[in-house]
Design a protein around this ligand. Structure first.
Ligand code: SUD
Ligand code: ADP
Length: 307
């Protein structure tokens, strides 16, 4: 059973004050883009003591992905087996194209893909809502990877409402050499706010952004892009300042750090403009590589039932 699952960029990431449980309340406008991982789940015997799940990873990022119980895909399969209440087994293969620790939710994507693949492989047929609940327990970004499209996430980002979008938007992603830890970027955001005496406002969805999405208006969307984690990501990774500037200078309609970074996202006016912008960023030497993608695209989807 093979499932394809997209990366995300955050069009608006408004971060409230820290909560008692260590998370932050958000307005998180997720947008799924055409950069995909694939997860294949195959039959394997259950262990004597319960569920047994193994994972292997292919692709240029394979070396950066844990192969033990820390892998979010393994966690997802084990959580699903627990919900099923009987011993089950699976062998997972992740074909990884989403950068690791890049702020594009690749680990969350693999977890969502695994839920869909194993639900089908094991013939569980769990209702969507139940898969969503298991997803939310795995991580704040996992439910969106199931849903895809464009959606507003509130709470930790796990409570989703679909946003209506006209047409396609064209993106360029400047991939960085290293990664950033999500928890460290949130902590740096709190630290910077405290140091400057800034009180975090209660997050609100931007009406300008919503109207631009509904109208398919890339120019207005570009100006409305917003990420409260950006100052913290730039503080932890100074070279990104140059990356963003290069994109703006080469005609991007909008430029921002994707989520907790360090990937930078640029909105272009057309597919041709996105291709030209990616080439310009590559030539300027301000990133490891630049790739184009379009959004919105669907969430985790079965592409082959190859059993
Ligand atoms: C920032 C965002 C934007 O979409 O993603 P990335 O850009 O890293 O992919 C998300 O909020 C990340 O979601 P996700 O990566 O699923 O985070 P989780 O596993 O739930 O939490 C990891 C850590 O991030 C912090 N965290 C996460 C979500 C949230 N609403 N408030 C937080 O403070 C907490 O320190 C938590 O321990
Ligand atoms: N299947 C997976 N793919 C990528 N990273 C994973 C996976 N499972 C666990 N991880 C761990 O999660 C961390 C963050 O992963 P990722 O989702 O790629 O980043 P981000 O939160 O920036 O979007 C990685 O550094 C890695 O150690």
């Amino acid at each position: 059973m093979t499932v394809r699952v997209p990366a995300k960029v955050n069009l608006q990431l408004s971060v409230g004050p820290p909560r008692d449980d260590g998370y932050h309340d958000l307005v998180n406008v997720f947008h799924a883009v055409s950069l995909f991982d694939e997860v294949t789940a195959s039959d394997a015997p259950a262990g004597s003591g319960g569920a047994a799940v193994t994972v292997s990873v292919e692709g240029q990022y394979a070396g950066q992905v844990p192969l033990d119980g820390e892998n979010l895909a393994v966690k997802a399969a084990l959580a699903l087996a627990e919900r099923a209440g009987r011993p089950l087994g699976a062998r997972l293969l992740i074909r990884k194209a989403i950068p690791v620790a890049g702020g594009m939710a690749g680990g969350s994507a693999d977890a969502a893909a695994t839920l869909v693949a194993c639900d089908e492989l094991w013939g569980l047929g769990l209702p969507r809502q139940e898969l969503m609940e298991i997803a939310a327990a795995l991580g704040s970004d996992v439910p969106f990877a199931l849903l895809g499209g464009t959606a507003v996430g509130t709470g930790r980002g796990e409570k989703l409402t679909t946003v209506s979008v006209t047409g396609d938007f064209h993106w360029v992603f400047a991939l960085a050499a290293g990664g950033l830890s999500t928890a460290e970027v949130y902590a740096e955001c709190d630290r910077m706010r405290e140091a400057s005496g800034e009180r975090a406002a209660w997050p609100q969805a931007s009406q300008t952004l919503m109207t631009a999405l509904e109208a398919g208006d890339a120019e207005t969307l570009g100006k409305a892009l917003l990420n409260d984690l950006q100052p913290a990501a730039l503080m932890l990774c100074r070279p990104l300042v140059r990356t963003l500037e290069a994109g703006r200078n080469h005609g991007a309609l909008g430029a921002l750090v994707s989520g907790s970074g360090p990937t930078c996202a640029f909105l272009a006016g057309s597919e041709a403009k996105a291709t030209a912008l990616a080439a310009a960023l590559d030539a300027a030497g301000v990133c490891r590589s630049a790739v184009t993608a379009r959004g919105p695209v669907p969430g985790a989807t079965i592409v082959r039932a190859d059993r």
